[in-house]
Design a binder for this molecule. Structure first.
Ligand code: UFG
Length: 339
C-alpha cells in the first residue's frame, strides 16, 4: 500500500517508515519539521536504500494537503503529526488544541474528498487518565485527562470514532502507545527532543553523554516493589511493527474502528531502567533521589492481548535491547541530528 505518514520525520514516524519499506509498503512523509529534522530523511535513505517521498508541509494547511492527496493516491494514512510535550501543553494549551485537532480534521476532510478510507491514529495510554489499576484494558472507560496534550489525544480519538460512523466504509485504528524508547539498531535514527527532555530515557542518555549533569529519580516512595514509578516501556521498532500490522489489519477489515493498546504488558520501575542501562552499557549514571513529579502515577502498564488477537502482533525486544539501542543512538549522535 501507499501510505501517508504525517509527522513521518519524527521519532516514531521515522522508525515506522523503515518497517513499512521492509514489509513492502510505500511510505510518503509529510512533515513541517517543527520537531524533527531533514537529517532523519537522509538517514532513512541510508537504512532502507530507498528515496522515500517527502513533502515539507503543515498538516493543518488544507490547500497543501489537498494538493498532496490529489497528487498521490494513498491507500492509507498514519497520523503521527502533533505537539507532544505534556508540560508545554499546559502553558500553550490553545496552540496544542489548535494544532492537534486541526491536523486531524484537515486529514479527515482530505480523506473524504479523495476517497481514502483507512487511518491509523497515534494515540496514547494517557487517555486512560489517572487509573491506579493496571493492566489497562481497552474496555476500561477513561478516568478523564490531566493535561491539554492528553485531552487532544482523547478528542482526536472521538473525532475519528465519529468519522468512522459518518463514513461506514472507513477503517480506523486508534493505537494507544505506552512508553516508547530505544532506537533503530543501526544507531542512525532515534529520539531527538528539543531542549531539556521531559521523558526518562532521553534524559538518561543525555546524562550518560555529558549534556546534563545528573538524573533525577522522581519519586522513591510509590507503592511499587522498589518505590519508583513503574511503566510499560516499548522498543520503538516493536511499536513501528505494530503500525505495519495495523495497516494490514485495516486493509483486510473494511468498516472496523478499534482502540488497541501497544505495549509489552510488563511494567519496569525507574530503577529497573537505570540499572539495566548501566549494566548493558557498562557505565554509571550520576543520579539524585528527587521528589515525585506532580500527577505521576505509581504504576501504568498495558494489557496487550487485543493487539495480539486482532493484529497478530506482540513485542519481541527486551529492556536490555531498549537500553542498548537508546545508548547506541545517543553515543553516535551526542547532539542528536545536530551532531
Ligand atoms: N522520571 C524520572 N526522571 C526523569 C524523567 C522521568 O524519574 O527525569 C520517571 C517518571 O517519574 C516516571 C517514569 O520516569 O515514573 C517515566 O516518565 P516519562 O516522563 O518518561 O513517561 P510518563 O509515563 O510520565 O509519560 C508518558 C509519555 C506521555 C504520556 C504518558 C502517559 O511521555 O506523553 O506516558 O501515557 F502522556
Amino acid at each position: 500500500m501507499k501510505i501517508l505518514l504525517t509527522g513521518g520525520a519524527g521519532f516514531i514516524g521515522s522508525h515506522t517508515a523503515v518497517e513499512l519499506v521492509k514489509a513492502g509498503h510505500e511510505p510518503v512523509i509529510v512533515d513541517n519539521l517543527y520537531n524533527s529534522s531533514k537529517k532523519a530523511l537522509e538517514r532513512l535513505k541510508m537504512i532502507t536504500g530507498k528515496d522515500i517521498a517527502f513533502y515539507e508541509a503543515d498538516v493543518c494547511d488544507p490547500a497543501a494537503m489537498d494538493d498532496i492527496f490529489a497528487k498521490e493516491n494513498f491507500d492509507a494514512v498514519i497520523h503521527f503529526a502533533g505537539y507532544k510535550a505534556v508540560p508545554e501543553s499546559v502553558t500553550k494549551s490553545v496552540a496544542y488544541y489548535r494544532n492537534n485537532l486541526d491536523t486531524t480534521l484537515t486529514l479527515c476532510e482530505c480523506m473524504q474528498k479523495h476517497g481514502v478510507k483507512r487511518i491509523v491514529f497515534s494515540s496514547s495510554a494517557t487517555v486512560y487518565g489517572p487509573i491506579e489499576e493496571s493492566p489497562l484494558v481497552e474496555t476500561m472507560p477513561s478516568a478523564g485527562c490531566t493535561n491539554p496534550y492528553a485531552w487532544t489525544k482523547y478528542m482526536n480519538e472521538q473525532i475519528l470514532r465519529d468519522a468512522a460512523i459518518s463514513n461506514p466504509d472507513w477503517s480506523v485504528a486508534l493505537l494507544r502507545y505506552f512508553n516508547p524508547i530505544g532506537a533503530h539498531e543501526s544507531g542512525l535514527i532515534g529520539e531527538n527532543p528539543k531542549g531539556i527532555p521531559n521523558n526518562l530515557m532521553p534524559y538518561v542518555t543525555q546524562v550518560a553523554v555529558g549534556r546534563l549533569p545528573h538524573l533525577n529519580i522522581n519519586g522513591t516512595d510509590f507503592p511499587t516493589p522498589d518505590g519508583t514509578g513503574v511503566r510499560d516501556y516499548i522498543h520503538v521498532v516493536d511499536l513501528a511493527k505494530g503500525h505495519v500490522a495495523a495497516c494490514n489489519y485495516l486493509e483486510a477489515n473494511a468498516g472496523v474502528c478499534e482502540v488497541i493498546n501497544l505495549g509489552t504488558g510488563t511494567g519496569y520501575s525507574v530503577l529497573d531502567v537505570v540499572n539495566t542501562f548501566e549494566r548493558v552499557n557498562h557505565l554509571e549514571l550520576n543520579k539524585v533521589m528527587a521528589p515525585r513529579r506532580p500527577g505521576d502515577m505509581a504504576s501504568y502498564y498495558s494489557d496487550p492481548s487485543k493487539a495480539k488477537e486482532l493484529l497478530g502482533w506482540q513485542t519481541e525486544k527486551t529492556l536490555d535491547d531498549m537500553c542498548r539501542d537508546s545508548w547506541n543512538w545517543q553515543k553516535n549522535n551526542p547532539e542528536g541530528y545536530d551532531s
